[in-house]
Design a protein around this ligand. Structure first.
Ligand SMILES: NC(=O)C1=CN([C@@H]2O[C@H](COP(=O)(O)OP(=O)(O)OC[C@H]3O[C@@H](n4cnc5c(N)ncnc54)[C@H](OP(=O)(O)O)[C@@H]3O)[C@@H](O)[C@H]2O)C=CC1
Ligand SMILES: CC(C)(CO)C(=O)C(=O)O
Length: 345
């Protein structure tokens, strides 16, 4: 039997199409809001969703609504926001005149402030943060693939009870956590790999197999961890080892790393971060909402964050048509020199 509620996904890209499509595949009433190109792609091919565990789900165009305008949000009981963090303000603005009071709005985005931005525009809604722990890639013709393990961790609220079984039936169980601030910062620590993966230009598995790239991630994380500590924020443990230990483990030899962090490397050989997607597609990245947040928090507690500032700078150079590819050795060298050297062109 179909559910008695309607879900609107605002921002039909990798995450929006995957999550929205799987919910539609579980017979939820789903509408998606996206750009004309994806609306056309899905109208032609439908959605074909796969994951690393062998899920293989076809969603016919007739099984969901796909629009470029968000009008359908006015009927939604649940809105999933899956635009990039830089578009959150605009998403909130366009939803403001449409939503009904009491509508549940979940941000599926990376970053630590999206729900706050949405809340400002949607004060009568129940706005919740969540973190999608896995990677989704777009493989053309309506195909989206989940290439790494993980769940959706969401800020707990009784209003989620109504939707929980639908997410579970869709193979997307919601992990409900009382304190999402700690989860958001822990995810941000993992996302500090996004610029490194983007600048490596190679899939995650290949990047993480190289010690020098891993050392770069460790440097960015250790810097962020010191700032979090000064700010009194204790990031949640999202990996098999606590964040501080993981940051150090990243620097060990390839041989040792394979032994101690086997699960980190058990990923689809093609999986890559959303920031590498952004650079390849010529889009503006979320760097200001990832490394930029570390720099900002550092300023609040009177600390500098030269490694994260440098990564921000390198990604902006790449976004603007400058250098895109860095070997592990080159990246490590420039990060070690951060705070001392001249800007990169
Ligand atoms: N991809 C991944 O594997 C993961 C992503 N995330 C996070 O999830 C969020 C979404 O990422 P992802 O799915 O990769 O991003 P995408 O860029 O693939 O998807 C967002 C889509 O929303 C569109 N969009 C933005 N504003 C509007 C609007 N007003 N109307 C219609 N469409 C709009 C964008 O178009 P346009 O580009 O033209 O603005 C884009 O097509 C990000 O915060 C990301 O960090 C988290 C975990 C994993
Ligand atoms: C899942 C993960 C950490 C890596 O793909 C991600 O959040 C992203 O790509 O932005």
């Amino acid at each position: 039997m179909a559910n008695d509620f309607e879900i609107c996904v605002f921002g039909a890209g990798n995450i929006g199409c995957y999550v929205g499509g799987r919910l539609a595949g579980a017979r939820a009433k789903v509408s998606l809001v996206g750009r004309p190109a994806i609306v056309e792609e899905v109208a032609t091919h439908g959605l074909h969703l796969t994951d690393l565990h062998g899920a293989d789900i076809e969603v016919r165009p007739a099984q969901l609504r796909f629009d470029t305008a968000p009008n359908r949000a006015s009927r939604a009981d649940l809105i999933l926001v899956s635009v990039k963090a830089g578009s959150t303000d605009e998403a909130g603005r366009s939803l403001a005149s449409l939503v009904r009071p009491g509508t549940v709005v979940i941000s599926l985005q990376n970053g630590v402030r999206n729900a706050d931005v949405l809340r400002e525009h949607l004060p009568e809604c129940i706005v919740l943060s969540s973190m999608v722990m896995y990677n989704v890639s777009h493989r053309g013709e309506g195909r989206f693939h989940q290439g790494t393990e993980g769940e959706i961790i969401v800020s707990d609220h009784p209003a989620l009870d109504r939707f929980a079984s639908t997410f579970r039936n869709a193979g997307l169980p919601l992990l409900r956590e009382a304190d999402l601030t700690r989860v958001m910062w822990a995810k941000l620590l993992l996302n500090l790999n996004n610029p490194i993966n983007a600048l490596s230009g190679v899939p995650l598995k290949e990047e993480l197999s190289q010690r020098k790239y891993r050392k770069c991630i460790g440097m960015a994380q250790l810097e962020a961890l010191a700032i979090l500590k000064a700010a009194g924020i204790r990031p949640a443990r999202l990996t098999s080892v606590p964040p501080a230990l993981m940051a150090r483990l990243l620097g060990v030899s390839n041989f040792l790393f394979k032994g101690v962090a086997q699960s980190v490397l058990e990923i689809d050989p093609l999986a890559r971060t959303s920031m590498l997607d952004d650079l390849e597609l010529g889009r503006k990245s979320e760097i200001d909402y990832i490394c930029g947040e570390v720099v900002r928090l550092g300023e609040q507690v009177g600390r500098t964050a030269p490694v994260n500032a440098r990564l921000t700078e390198l990604i902006k150079v790449a976004e603007n048509g400058g250098r895109r590819h860095w070997s592990g050795a080159e990246l490590l060298k420039t990060l070690k020199a951060s705070g001392k050297s001249a800007p990169v062109r």
